[in-house]
Design a protein around this ligand. Sequence first.
Ligand SMILES: Cc1cc2nc3c(=O)[nH]c(=O)nc-3n(C[C@H](O)[C@H](O)[C@H](O)COP(=O)(O)OP(=O)(O)OC[C@H]3O[C@@H](n4cnc5c(N)ncnc54)[C@H](O)[C@@H]3O)c2cc1C
Length: 380
Amino acid sequence: MNFELTKEQKEVVQAARKFARGEFPDRARDFDREESFDVAIRKKACDLGFVGAFIEPEYDGAGYGLFEQALICEEFFAVDPGIGLAILSASFGAELIQLYGTDHQKREVLPRIAAGEAVIGTAITEPDAGSDVTAASTTAVRDGDDWVLNGTKMFITNGVGADYILVFCQTDPDQESRHQRHSFLLVPTETAGYSATKIHGKLGIRASETAEVVLKDARVPGDRLVGKQGAGFKQLMAFFNLTRIHVCAQAVGLARGALEEAVRHTQGRRQFGAPLASFQATQFKLAEMATRIRAARNLYYEAAWQADNGKLDHALVAMAKWFAGKVAVDCADEALQMHGGYGYIDEYKVQRLYRDAKIMEIYEGTKEVEKLIVARSLLC
Ligand SMILES: Cc1cc2nc3c(=O)[nH]c(=O)nc-3n(C[C@H](O)[C@H](O)[C@H](O)COP(=O)(O)OP(=O)(O)OC[C@H]3O[C@@H](n4cnc5c(N)ncnc54)[C@H](O)[C@@H]3O)c2cc1C
């Protein structure tokens, strides 16, 4: 398979790279230290069409494929994963609206996300339901024309700052199959009974906001149901197949950023009368990092290409996700090691990358869950 990027895709890469290199480096360390972010940067990214780039032109988006959105992820995360996530997560869930939402939901939400006027998040995880999403116990009960939601969601990206949260909740608890009990409801965060508390002290991606969300008798109109009632699990699996490819691209970007730091440092730093980069032990490490990054990129390119061409292979997506996550963690580790003591302090970007990398093996499906998916495809 030939993955030569098209002229337009190369332009997307160049534009995303230029934007990230221009906007992120001066702010990254402060955002990381202060667990903060400047939404003006996100607005600029929206104005350039980087956020929700997959949103169709009919809804004011750039109308790119999953592939192009992944290319943007790689470029942003190569410069700073925390800022990259704070920007690009603003559309986390727009995929579900575009795929399954009503025309009214699409018109209400998608143009606002593309324009940077609204942020959406998706709340699946709960204190007692993480990898096992079917255990999600948040309920939505019909009361007249409305839905009334109750439950607690954990680790929700943009839980405080979002305008909408897509809540994965039980609408059909009596269904025999655990896969037919849940639905997605589009909840405006201004709804009475919605509250969110920011979680502090994350290891990495600290520019991105993460929250615990509580829904207490939160009432939304019946037309907030996204797609078919009871189809939430099926929709979630389709959603993860798309967003996991983006996480692969995030991980590849991060690993590339780590390699760039390693190359720069080992060429400048001298020990035993010579640059670190002149030692074969260093060269082997750099060569291995570059090879792993290339392999991970090829996996996500293939998965994204398949997804955009109606041939999505969920086992390939799972392979790409766990592999890219490991590449990110390993490359950040090696890059820090090559920095010696300097890599251990936060004045050096590599320390941030080392901390940021771990999430790639956790969110949107842990590496263990991804391997289970791959194994299931082999053993069925
Ligand atoms: C920064 C951050 C942002 C996040 N953003 C969001 C968000 O926006 N929306 C959202 O819904 N969630 C979000 N999450 C939650 C994330 O998706 C979950 O943390 C993840 O799915 C794992 O769930 P858990 O933490 O409950 O771990 P658990 O499911 O408790 O897993 C703990 C460990 O056990 C392993 N394990 C579990 N089951 C098995 C099994 N059957 N076989 C082998 N090993 C197993 C796991 O792989 C893991 O290593 C976020 C998390 C973080 C940290």
